[in-house]
Write a protein that binds this ligand. Structure first.
Ligand SMILES: Nc1ncnc2c1ncn2[C@@H]1O[C@H](COP(=O)(O)OP(=O)(O)OP(=O)(O)O)[C@@H](O)[C@H]1O
Ligand SMILES: [Mg+2]
Length: 284
């Protein structure tokens, strides 16, 4: 083999490793709803063990993008691949914690029952012994630190406790990809931080790929490997340092935006002529 061929082989090998490590690939996805282009050629990838923040102001298209990945919304153009193949939810279970989950106070369901509902018949087999199901639920309760309220009614749990149960529900079928839509929206600072560090630990331990949407990026800065920043349907992606810069975000928003770092926090601030612009990162 000539040295040139050897180099080719090394490059091909590199590309192979790269590809198989990509759990999610979103390729030039566009969506138009009621005549409005909600997503415009959005592309990014997420690898195993990677924590990605999907950041953007209200109406930026975060939920729409998650729905496309889940197969609940057909894109007008573009593709979604999971583990290198076109998305097939039967073969590649995706964990999902939706933005709006209303758990009625009177719902006669314990935390452990709700988690058990997440057990995927395809994966575990419908005849899976109930003892093994109960064991899987116990492991999951422990993983999300929810043992102490395992037998409480879900409707009576606090927002942070419910969030843990919903994460366990989404993870019990061992998905490679976990999507969470604004899981921090109704949590106080401390509960939010606990959920974030819990997710960061599970991402590493289970080598899953996590995509978490939020309009506030500061709580995610300590754990976020990558950011997909959405504004007006368009996306910039990369490491936080690559994306959260004045030039990049100004181009994305289509007008001047300043990025300030104050005491370890990042603030995204609109120019003086558009002071009311939704602040994607600043508040909170
Ligand atoms: N079914 C629909 N028909 C028409 N427009 C829609 C539909 N669903 C969403 N939209 C619009 O698409 C845009 C993006 O909505 P989306 O829910 O994805 O935003 P988001 O980033 O999740 O916002 P938020 O932070 O408020 O949750 C919004 O302007 C919304 O009004
Ligand atoms: Mg949303």
């Amino acid at each position: 083999m000539t040295s040139e061929h050897a180099t080719d082989a090394v490059l091909a090998q590199d590309m192979l490793t790269q590809d198989t490590r990509d759990i999610l690939r979103v390729d030039r996805v566009s969506v138009t709803l009621s005549g409005r282009r909600v997503l415009d050629e959005v592309s990014f990838t997420i690898g195993a063990g990677q924590f990605t923040g999907l950041i953007g102001p209200n109406g930026a298209g975060k939920t729409t993008l998650l729905r496309v990945i889940l197969g609940l919304q057909r894109p007008g153009s573009g593709q979604v691949a999971i583990l290198g193949k076109p998305r097939d939810p039967r073969r590649t279970p995706i964990g999902y914690v939706p933005q709006k989950v209303l758990l009625d106070d009177d719902l006669p369901m314990r935390a452990r029952d709700l988690i058990a509902l997440g057990i995927d018949g395809h994966r575990y087999g419908l005849r899976r012994r109930s003892a093994r199901r109960a064991e899987a639920v116990r492991e999951m309760l422990h993983a999300v630190d929810a043992d102490r309220f395992a037998d409480a009614r879900v409707g009576n749990l606090s927002g942070g406790e419910q969030q843990r149960v919903l994460i366990a529900h989404a993870l019990i079928s061992r998905p490679r990809l976990l999507l969470l839509d604004e899981p921090l929206a109704n949590l106080d600072l401390r509960s939010g931080q606990e959920i974030i560090s819990l997710l960061a630990r599970l991402t590493r331990e289970q080598q899953i790929a996590v995509l978490l949407s939020a309009h506030e990026m500061n709580p995610l800065l300590p754990v976020m490997d990558h950011v997909v920043y959405l504004a007006a349907g368009r996306a910039a992606s990369g490491t936080t340092r690559e994306v959260v810069r004045s030039e990049v975000l100004s181009a994305l928003y289509g007008h001047h935006v300043d990025v300030l770092e104050v005491g370890g926090r990042v603030l995204v601030v609109a120019g003086p002529d558009d002071a009311t612009m939704a602040d994607a990162a600043g508040a909170g």
